[in-house]
Design a protein around this ligand. Structure first.
Ligand SMILES: Cc1cc2nc3c(=O)[nH]c(=O)nc-3n(C[C@H](O)[C@H](O)[C@H](O)COP(=O)(O)O)c2cc1C
Length: 186
């Protein structure tokens, strides 16, 4: 198996991080990987907001959990009501990924960029978690306030975040992949 295939297969969601900040050159390499993703009609309809301020991360964690308490979903409410649950698992960096509301396929462009960033992180032995939880905050009334506070451009919609940091745990086993997801017609 070549190195690319190995990294893709070995990437796992990290849910425990060291507090130590990742190096600037590592962050820039991960962002560059995101920027080099394919996009519909080359619109590059993404926008990234890097947050490395510990106080703001804690504030976003608290606000996302508060917003999740109003979601009619038992699993979400359980997380929201768990004092020990940190939406970012103690990671020192998050990248909020926002899509241009005028884009042809902004959700898809952003997902391609996000996966590129996850793969790039794994290639550098940096842990990463695709974090949809913060999306609950941005979908709530308070989300508008945070969109402004975080300087997310007006014509962009914040979807989710990529959480990054040095691995506090090494996950070696992958959740089982569903069978019968591929049909061949030859
Ligand atoms: C759109 C999306 C949103 C996700 N949101 C979260 C999240 O909020 N919190 C979390 O811990 N994991 C989240 N994940 C990670 C998935 O739970 C994880 O990818 C899945 O369980 C498979 O595990 P693996 O990434 O190790 O292969 C998300 C993944 C995707 C693609």
């Amino acid at each position: 198996m070549n190195e690319t295939l190995k990294v893709i297969k070995e990437r796992r969601t990290t849910r425990k991080f060291k507090a130590e900040q990742i190096k600037e050159e590592e962050l820039q390499a991960i962002i560059e990987a995101g920027l080099y993703a394919p996009s519909a009609n080359n619109q590059q309809s993404w926008n990234f907001t890097v947050i490395q301020n510990a106080e703001l991360l804690e504030e976003l964690n608290i606000e996302a959990k508060a917003a999740a308490k109003n979601i009619p979903n038992e699993f979400m409410q359980k997380m929201a009501n768990n004092d020990k649950f940190n939406a970012f698992y103690g990671a020192p960096t998050i990248i909020i990924v926002s899509g241009n509301e005028e884009g042809m396929m902004s959700h898809v462009d952003c997902a391609a960029a996000s996966e590129n960033m996850l793969i790039a992180a794994e290639s550098l032995d940096i842990g990463a978690c695709w974090n949809g939880f913060i999306g609950i905050l941005f979908s709530s009334e308070k989300g508008k306030e945070y969109k402004k506070k975080l300087n997310i451009p007006e014509d962009f919609v914040p979807y989710y975040a990529i959480v990054l940091g040095y691995k506090g745990v090494r996950v070696t086993s992958a959740p089982e992949r569903k069978a019968n997801s591929v049909q061949y017609i030859r």
